[in-house]
Design a protein around this ligand. Structure first.
Ligand code: SME
Length: 166
């Protein structure tokens, strides 16, 4: 049986490259042979929570009929519907580009679902090149995410793409 917990060395955090390698391996194994979008997003949300440290929210919004709708997540209850011209998630879905925000309070239109959030990483999830949703990660730390996090989560979005429908 595949072990879906990070392979920590005692309390030492994993190097980011290794953390995302393990996360992607676990996501691939856990979604293999399953094509239910909600089930796969739910398990990937749980894996992100497990593998990526210092988060207060990890989950999905799905793009449905032109707006983002809350999907599986771990964290505090969040806004249910987000128009594409609003917030960090809306920007990622609208442009199809990753949004790495060091200080959410400086982002025009940022939606504060949890007042504790200080930085945010949002990565579009695409199916056949079309945006079908976003992965949203929030952290209570300022500038928590860097280019290595963005690359790791983009890889995760690509892994998940094979395991969801439009
Ligand atoms: N902060 C996001 C909204 C989603 S919550 O953080 C879960 C945004 O501005 O798009």
């Amino acid at each position: 049986m595949f072990d879906f917990t990070p392979d920590h060395d005692g309390d030492a955090p994993l190097p980011k490259a290794e953390q995302y390698r393990q996360l992607n391996e676990a996501a691939g194994a856990l979604t293999d042979g399953e094509n239910d979008t909600i089930a796969n997003m739910a398990n990937v949300a749980a894996l992100m929570w497990e593998f990526i440290p210092r988060l207060n929210w990890a989950g999905f919004y799905r793009l449905i009929e032109g707006e983002l709708v809350l999907g599986p997540f771990i964290g505090r209850p969040a806004c249910i519907r987000i128009p594409l011209d609003t917030g960090v998630c809306g920007a990622a879905a609208k442009t199809g580009e990753t949004q790495l925000v060091e200080d959410v309070h400086a982002f025009p239109g940022h939606i504060a679902c949890d007042a504790a959030s200080k930085s945010e990483l949002v990565v579009p999830v695409k199916k056949d090149g079309v945006v079908v949703g976003v992965i949203d990660l929030d952290s209570p730390e300022m500038a928590r995410f860097d280019a290595e996090d963005a690359a790791g989560v983009e890889l995760l979005a690509a892994t998940l793409s094979a395991a969801i429908s439009r």
